[in-house]
Design a protein around this ligand. Structure first.
Ligand SMILES: *Cc1c(COP(=O)(O)O)cnc(C)c1O
Length: 442
């Protein structure tokens, strides 16, 4: 059965990754698949370090003081926070479990920022006692921090005026009252923060400039206010512009199993011309932000999640069965779509899976990928991917660049399928060795 252009969706290859390709073309993936007996994730902590260093280099380039905090919710592995502990990178946590994990892996409290709305009393208390920075989201939360009766380091989170329906942050009236309470209660008010949805650097720069002004005003009233946090939201560029534009233009229901359809706006923007550290550069260059930070002596804190994990991991399934349908096939793998979390957003992970075939090249073959469960909706890939050969039982399918939010956000042991373990690739002395991250968190 051949593949016509009509049956297969337009190709969307991830950016080439020669180092990882070399690892994947060796015996390791098949040996791990055999040993584990199910899907697994590969983690590349060196990439995480490189990404964090690239963000810091942009701060240096602009002569701006600051700190990078890894937004921990983007991936649950220990490998990242172990690297944070070694490099002095900060960690952004939203709850007690994440805080415990960061402290337990050796990240000192002073390098931890606690975000998340309406934080529990126990979380606030531990955060204060450990010297963490607390992003206060509401007036009642500030009162609970003050009630702990110990010196507390806080940021006041401002609701972005452009997103008045956001449920996060304090409006201008609430900010005024919060500042009064900080002065009265002797809170160590270190500055302001915001968390903005979307990827617009100009909006971030504008809002950040306003926070610098708020810092200067707060300093004049006797508060410390010497830093601002612009949160996360640095895009990741998964594929190149021509493939992305073609995909958005040409995709249509015939390209998907069961006539499933997606509007172009349902997809994550898998191509971003300005992504990661370049997006930070764009923020600092806009509205003279870097100059304003330097003149005011205000530090810039950022909390990237996805962007620190760019190209730092992939997900490997084993082919368990192949079924021919009318003009395309269904490949069933040994895991479920809960290991690719775009279905949270009624969407699909679009960077193409790569077939590690043991039989060599053959005729191109279009296939969707289903999970090993009894739900029609458990499709790992709804679209008909053009594979270079008909996948065979025992072949592996590698989903590229899944560390940021994809691999473990939604995982559950549904159907008693074990959670895919995480395998860390450590490189030292020019060799590549593997180890397990740790048993996944329940
Ligand atoms: C989710 C989140 C982030 C990280 O967002 P990314 O888009 O992954 O960079 C940073 N800060 C806070 C408060 C968050 O909730």
């Amino acid at each position: 059965m051949g593949v016509t252009e009509v049956t297969a969706a337009p190709p969307l290859p991830a950016h080439p990754d020669p180092w990882l390709d070399a690892v994947l073309s060796g015996p390791l993936p098949h040996e791990l698949s055999y040993a584990i007996g199910g899907p697994f994730h590969l983690l590349l902590p060196d990439r995480f370090d490189t990404n964090a260093a690239a963000f810091r280099a942009v701060l240096d380039e602009f002569g701006v003081e600051g700190r990078v905090y890894y937004a921990k919710k983007a991936n649950k592995a220990a490998a990242w926070i172990e690297r944070c502990a070694l490099s002095g990178t900060g960690v952004d946590v939203a709850g007690s479990g994440e805080l415990r994990d960061a402290l337990g892996c050796g990240v000192p409290g002073e390098n931890i920022v606690v975000t998340g709305p309406a934080k529990a009393d126990a979380l606030l208390r531990v955060a204060v006692l450990q010297g963490c920075l607390i992003a206060v989201d509401a007036l009642d939360e500030l009162e609970r921090v003050i009630g702990i009766g110990r010196p507390a380091r806080v940021l006041l989170r401002r609701r972005p005026p452009a997103q008045p329906n956001s449920r996060f942050g304090l409006d201008d009236g609430e900010l005024e009252r919060a500042l009064v309470r900080c002065r009265e209660a002797g809170v160590v008010m270190e500055g302001f923060s915001f968390h903005l949805s979307g990827y617009d650097p100009l909006m971030r720069a504008e809002l950040a400039g306003e926070l610098v002004d708020l810092c200067l005003k707060a300093q004049a009233s006797g508060l410390r206010a010497d830093r601002i946090s612009i949160g996360g939201g640095f895009a990741v560029d998964y594929t190149d512009a021509p493939h992305w534009e073609r995909y958005l233009r040409d995709q249509r229901p015939e390209h998907y199993h069961a006539g499933k359809s997606f509007a172009p706006g349902d997809f994550y923007p898998y191509h971003s011309p300005v992504a990661g550290p370049d997006a930070l550069r764009a923020v600092l260059a806009a509205h003279g932000l870097a100059g304003r930070l330097r003149e005011a002596g205000v530090k810039l804190l950022l909390e990237p999640g996805r962007a620190l994990l760019d190209r730092a991991g992939c997900t490997v399934f084993r082919v368990q069965g192949v079924k021919d349908l009318d003009g395309y096939g269904i490949v069933t793998v040994d895991g479920s779509s809960l290991s690719l979390s775009e279905q949270w957003f009624d969407s699909e992970y679009l960077p193409d899976p790569v077939l590690l075939s043991r039989t060599g090249p053959g005729e191109p073959y279009a296939a969707c990928v289903g999970g090993a469960t009894c739900l029609e909706s458990d499709m790992v890939t709804w679209r008909k991917v053009r594979f270079p050969a008909r996948p065979a039982v025992g072949d592996l399918l590698v989903y590229p660049n899944t560390a940021g939010y994809q691999m473990d956000s939604n995982e559950s042991p549904f159907h008693e399928l074990p959670l895919p373990p995480k395998v860390v690739l450590d490189t030292a002395d020019g060799s590549t060795r593997w180890r397990f991250d740790r048993p996944p968190l329940a």
